[in-house]
Design a protein around this ligand. Structure first.
Ligand code: ATP
Ligand code: MG
Length: 199
């Protein structure tokens, strides 16, 4: 995977879909995202107002606050190539009816409330600036280093994991186990150079 367009975004499973968050998380992983952090929380009205400040004054603002505070939400930091647009693409259009018509496989089509067009199951940041703000909103104590890209990434990987991986893969080819992935995972745990055995 190219490492030069790795982004982070804030995804939120809204109260109407919280009971289906396991299915939504599975889609997220199947789409190739990494879930960096997760937090389940019930927002207060004041918190919801801060989160949706950009919509203050709009006709749907009050019902939006009511909706988003009606139960717990699940906030997720997703990382991946072009994560912001990728996540919004698989969310589908804002309105559930439109999502069902135009993007029947989308998350909002599948998990949104058929009886309420704006109860659309999930949220996604709409720009790098919003992503940064929304990640900070839900995870204020988290300090994320900038994602390494290009030469920096190559250099980091070349000293942090490549030597160990080369040894592991050489062994793997000798042994050719039935389940190479599980074998590799076990080998890495036992031979992790950053941990003495028995930890
Ligand atoms: P989100 O920000 O949740 O990812 P979005 O970016 O597609 O959704 P916004 O315009 O930011 O859409 O609206 C935020 C949320 O407010 C929507 O997801 C929806 O729940 C609600 N909403 C938006 N427009 C309306 C509307 N006209 N009537 C009722 N609710 C609305
Ligand atoms: Mg929005």
């Amino acid at each position: 995977m190219a490492t030069d367009k790795i982004q982070r975004t804030l995804a939120m499973v809204k109260p109407d879909a919280i009971n289906r968050s396991a299915e939504i998380e599975k889609i997220i992983l199947d789409e190739g995202f990494t879930i960096v952090e997760r937090r389940r929380v019930r927002l207060t009205r004041a918190e919801a107002a801060e989160f949706y400040n950009e919509h203050r004054g709009k006709p749907f603002y009050e019902s939006l606050l009511e909706y988003i505070t009606s139960g717990e939400v699940l906030a997720l930091i997703l990382a991946g190539e072009e994560a912001i647009t990728h996540w919004r693409r698989i969310l589908g259009p804002t309105r559930v009816s439109q999502a069902r018509q135009e993007a029947p496989d989308s998350i909002r089509a599948r998990f949104g409330d058929h009886a309420n067009d704006s109860h659309n199951a999930a949220h996604g940041s709409d720009s790098p600036t919003s992503a940064q703000r929304e990640i900070k909103f839900f995870f204020p104590d988290l300090t994320l280093e900038p994602v390494l890209t290009g030469e920096g990434a190559k250099e980091y990987l070349s000293h942090a994991v490549s030597p160990t991986l080369v040894r592991a893969l050489t062994e793997l080819c000798k042994v050719r186990p039935d389940d190479p992935i599980v074998w590799l995972a076990d080998w890495l745990l036992v031979n992790n150079p950053n941990k003495s055995s028995g930890d």
